[in-house]
Design a protein. Structure first.
Length: 227
């Protein structure tokens, strides 16, 4: 699904070395954690996959293609095929859960008549079909994050990137969000989760990549937090 080949990322201007000769492959259908101290390069890893940053050296491949070669139109298509969830989910305040999810379908080319079934399926996956009429203020932080996940998966992206998706949540809600991400994975989506949440990584075990100062120092197929 994705492949990093000797990837180095040095941000321009500041010349910060964010990733240092990183090589790794993640297969279709995998669930992978990305752990490491603050500044280790987790978000940079995701930025490269979304082409928000370009590798200084090396190659980033998605579905077998070197995405550095993509120009504008292809880049937009690439981003449409990757669902994203971040710590701050930024739902639209004036739209209910259903409409927040449906909003993401506008740019996908999915015909309007298919929207209701798609949105309903996504809300069901995150366990919030019964709250479809609720506005963000009427939802807990964890529920809002689950709506954000529904929004990220409603167009059925083959890859979901979650960057500290439980960062703002209490432990109970964090576990709920993790279970939802696992459900998304069980339905076939490749999932990559960057996180500091040691308890979650230890409870819900999956392959774990550990970054230290931009280098991949551990790739543990059975998971576990080793910092
Ligand atoms: N846009 C940017 N321009 C310049 N330097 C950056 C940029 N984004 C990140 N960096 C630097 O690159 C390094 C890696 O940052 P990155 O955001 O990937 O770390 P992280 O592992 O996601 O950290 P955290 O756990 O705090 O989110 C850090 O030294 C950071 O200061
Ligand atoms: Mg980060």
């Amino acid at each position: 699904m994705i492949q990093f080949k000797n990837v180095t990322l040095e941000y321009p201007v500041t010349r910060t070395l964010a990733l240092d000769d990183l090589s790794v492959e993640v297969g279709k259908g995998e669930f992978v954690y990305l752990v490491g101290h603050s500044g280790a390069g987790k978000s940079s890893f995701m930025n490269l996959l979304l082409k928000r940053a370009l590798p200084t050296r090396g190659e980033v491949r998605v579905a077998g293609e070197n995405i550095s070669r993509y120009r504008g139109g292809r880049t937009a298509l690439l981003r449409r095929r990757i669902g994203t969830v971040f710590q701050d989910n930024l739902l639209l305040d004036h739209l209910n859960a259903y409409d927040n999810v449906a909003f993401a379908l506008r740019v996908t080319g999915v015909p309007g008549r298919e929207w209701p079934a798609r949105v309903q399926a996504a809300l069901r996956t995150v366990g919030l079909d019964h709250k479809r009429h609720a506005l963000p203020v009427q939802l807990s932080q964890g529920e809002q994050q689950r709506v954000a996940i529904a929004r990220a998966i409603v167009a059925n992206p083959p890859l979901l990137l979650a960057d500290e998706p439980t960062g703002n949540l209490d432990p109970e809600q964090g576990r709920e969000v993790l279970k939802v991400l696992q459900n998304v994975n069980l339905r076939g989506t490749t999932v990559i989760v960057a996180t500091h949440a040691r308890d979650l990584v230890e409870t819900f075990r999956h392959r774990t990549l550990t970054l230290r100062k931009g280098r991949l120092v551990r790739d543990d197929p059975h998971g576990g937090y080793a910092l």
